[in-house]
Design a protein around this ligand. Structure first.
Ligand code: NDP
Ligand code: GDR
Length: 361
């Protein structure tokens, strides 16, 4: 048996999942390469702790400038890195933003996936390189059956969902046409203290922390009735790795099997920050009131409603449980507690927000 370290390439390594996956693979002894985008400000905060000194040969953690919209760059990186495993986590991943930037979202999320698969073929890496695609429960979109599993039909409801639909099927097609070891993980929402600040969970936990510390007056949200199956990102990156360790490539749902409304998430988060929420009114007039002080701390801003919404997601991960031995370990109350505690610690050091400030996202 060879004692050569396995080599992984992660697109989207600077994102939430990329950072947890890099930690997992380094702990397993992999050499980890990641693609980061050029930015006018620092964008590696989530992985800086892994990047001690690039001159230390033992570290095995390398970042390359690149972009999923740039095919020649991807080919060059794959040629240099010769990865055993590619995890394609890079994407314009914000559903609401995809309505504002549909063409860019299609370019990076749909065609970006194609570019990577073609790079594998062009370089003759079909036998060497296994490919993981970050597919999503947004593929199910308009709800026609619950819980959703690998057999549930797709009906995406956003430019993001449609771009990811192309990515899903091009992965299946390259597996069938060229025998690539290429798999989709159809992952339901997963969160953590590293979640981007404009996704609803982190937006809520940050606001609950800031409001409890007197640094923000009010949180503006959109659709409180949307229901999501929220797990912890650390559990889900373990599932990604297990998918690529299978002899035969295949597609798997990863989910917790529980669903909750955005309203419920807000109740849990504010409670963690010491604020008991009471709801009054309905529709865009609905408000969340701090029971102790009588202050209104949650309001609705119709700007955050999406042109087409995904109302209800709840996944059935039985196949992953049976084949991969994967299951989630963190349930929602524990996840919320970890996120709020982390944001309270961060907020203590942050400058006060403008009173009543509307967070983006
Ligand atoms: P994030 O938004 O936190 O991270 C996205 C990553 O992709 C970042 O590193 C970002 O770089 C990078 N990226 C964006 N555009 C490009 C591009 N054009 N070229 C190269 N890199 C790019 O997402 P998550 O970590 O939450 O999600 C990881 C993947 O999983 C995404 O593909 C997402 O769509 C998918 N997914 C996520 C789920 C979730 O609940 N988190 C559920 C199901 C699927 P930068 O840091 O510079 O912005
Ligand atoms: P989602 O995540 O669209 O499920 O995509 P997001 O947290 O953005 O929205 C979840 C639900 O909350 C509702 N919502 C709001 N959302 C945001 N962002 N901001 C608000 O103020 C707000 N108010 C209510 C939304 O309408 C929605 O119903 C995430 C991303 O990580 C995708 O990349 C991934 O594919 C899916 O999860 C699975």
């Amino acid at each position: 048996m060879s004692d050569r370290r396995k080599v992984a390439l992660i697109t989207g390594i600077t994102g939430q999942d990329g950072s947890y996956l890099a930690e997992l693979l380094l702990a397993k002894g992999y050499v980890v390469h990641g693609i980061k985008r050029r930015s006018s400000s620092f964008n590696t905060a989530r992985v800086d702790h892994l990047y001690h000194d690039r001159h230390d040969p033992g570290v095995g953690f390398y970042l390359h400038y690149g972009d999923l919209t740039d095919a020649t760059n991807l080919i060059r990186i794959l040629a240099e890195v010769q990865p055993d495993e590619i995890y394609n986590l890079g994407a314009q991943s914000h559903v609401a933003v995809s309505f504002e930037t549909p063409e860019y979202t299609a370019n990076s999320d749909a065609l970006g996936t194609l570019r990577l698969l073609e790079a594998i073929r062009i370089l003759g890496l079909e036998k060497r390189t296994r490919f993981y695609q970050a597919s999503t429960s947004e593929l199910y979109g308009k709800v026609r059956a619950v819980p959703q599993d690998e057999t549930t039909p797709f009906y995406p409801r956003s430019p993001y969902g449609v771009a990811k639909l192309y990515a899903y099927w091009i992965v299946v097609n390259y597996r069938e046409a060229y025998g690539l070891h290429a798999s989709n993980g159809v992952l339901f929402n997963h969160e953590s203290p590293r979640r981007g600040e404009t996704f609803v969970t982190r937006k809520i936990t940050r606001a609950a922390a800031a409001i409890s510390l007197g640094k923000q007056e009010c949180l503006w949200l959109g659709n409180l009735d949307a229901q999501r199956d929220w797990g912890h990102a650390r559990d889900f990156v373990e599932g990604m790795w297990r998918i690529l360790q299978q002899e035969t490539p295949d597609d798997y749902v990863l989910a917790t099997g529980e669903t909750h409304t955005v309203r419920r998430f807000a109740e849990l988060a504010f409670a963690e920050a010491g604020i008991v929420l009471e709801w009054h009114g309905a529709g865009v007039e609905e408000v969340g009131v701090d029971r102790a002080s009588g202050r209104t701390v949650v309001r609705i801003d119709p700007e955050y409603f999406r042109p087409t919404e995904v109302d209800l997601l709840i996944g059935n991960a039985a196949k992953a449980r049976n084949v991969l031995g994967w299951t989630h370990t963190v349930r929602l109350p524990e996840l919320v507690a970890e996120m709020v505690a982390s944001d309270i610690a961060l907020m203590r050091d942050e400058a006060p927000a403008v009173p009543g400030q509307r967070a983006y996202g």
